[in-house]
Structures are given as C-alpha cells and as structure tokens.
Design a protein around this ligand. Structure first.
Ligand code: SF4
Length: 164
C-alpha cells in the first residue's frame, strides 16, 4: 500500500476505519422522562434487535456512553440536569431527540417545557412522532450511523461545539 503523505492517504484511510468502528459501537445513555419511554423499551426489546446496529447495550453512566438518547418531555427545571449529563460524556458523542416533545416541545407549548432540546444541547438526529414507532427510531439510528461515518475528518471526531 503506497502512502502519499501530501494527500493524507493513510490518515484518510485510518479515519474511514475509525468512522466505521464508531458507527457500529454505539453505547446509548437513555435520558427518559416521560411516555416515550414505553416506546424506548419496545425498540430495545429483542424483537427489534438493535444488536444489528451495534447499539443495543445501554450504559447508565454518561462517562461510558457516546449516544445521548433524550426520550420524553424536558422541562426547564430538568434542563440543567440534561446539560450536565451531556457535559459528562466524552468526545466524540452524539445526541438523538426521541419524540416530538424533544424535537420541538410538541403540544406542550407552555412556560414549563423546553421548546426543542437543541436550544440547550447540540442535536445530531431528530426522530419525531408521539411517540415514534420503533421503525422510525431504527431509521434514525441508521441515519446517525451515516453521519458518524461522514464526520471523520478529525480522527477524534467532531467537537460538540463545531456542530449545529
Ligand atoms: S412525544 Fe408524545 S409520547 Fe413522547 S413524551 Fe411527548 S407526549 Fe409523550
């Protein structure tokens, strides 16, 4: 294998490989607050087999997770907790907004509810629905995997403050 240092051939191939590894070794942290949690449990069941995507094993410590799945309505009182959990995760890390409440606030258009979690943390993938069907969540995971593979320009992944 020839190494052309001017074009960064080797660096590009290593980054491709790291992107491939990362997209098939996601460790989700489920931040579950409301009724979407039922659908999270459904999609996590054996029937939907998230092991196919390397994303089946939830971690309940943010320090061991790289995919923050925000599942359910987020109130302004809860917002600082979500931001702290996000801050405790190591780079590279990704965020999924699971359900319309997390995407936009949903029908909780009131003073108590965060009107979209992207106002408080960077979001990589939005999965709308009330609640989203498991197939929609799986579609979101596949889209996120494509994004992870494409975000390989840095060997250490994108910095969270470079996104959105
Ligand atoms: S999107 Fe619907 S199911 Fe999910 S938390 Fe909001 S109200 Fe509940």
């Amino acid at each position: 294998m020839a190494v052309n240092q001017e074009s960064g051939f080797l660096t590009t191939k290593v980054s491709d490989f790291l992107g491939w590894c990362r997209k098939y070794s996601l460790f989700p942290y489920p931040f579950v607050t409301a009724c979407c949690g039922m659908e999270y449990m459904s999609v996590s069941s054996a029937h939907y087999d998230l092991d196919r995507f390397g994303a089946a094993w939830p971690r309940f410590s943010p320090r061991q997770a790289d995919l923050l799945m925000v599942v359910g309505t987020i109130s302004h009182k809860m917002a600082p907790v979500l931001q702290m959990v996000y801050a405790q995760m190591c780079e590279p890390k990704w965020v999924m907004a699971f359900g319309v409440c997390t995407c936009t606030g949903g029908f909780y258009n009131n003073y108590a509810t965060v009107q979209g979690i992207d106002t408080i943390v960077p979001v990589d993938i939005y999965v709308p629905g009330c609640p989203p069907r498991p197939e929609a969540v799986i579609d979101g995971i596949i889209k996120l995997q494509k994004k992870i593979q494409a975000d390989h320009h840095s060997m250490f992944g994108p910095k969270s403050d470079e996104r959105n």
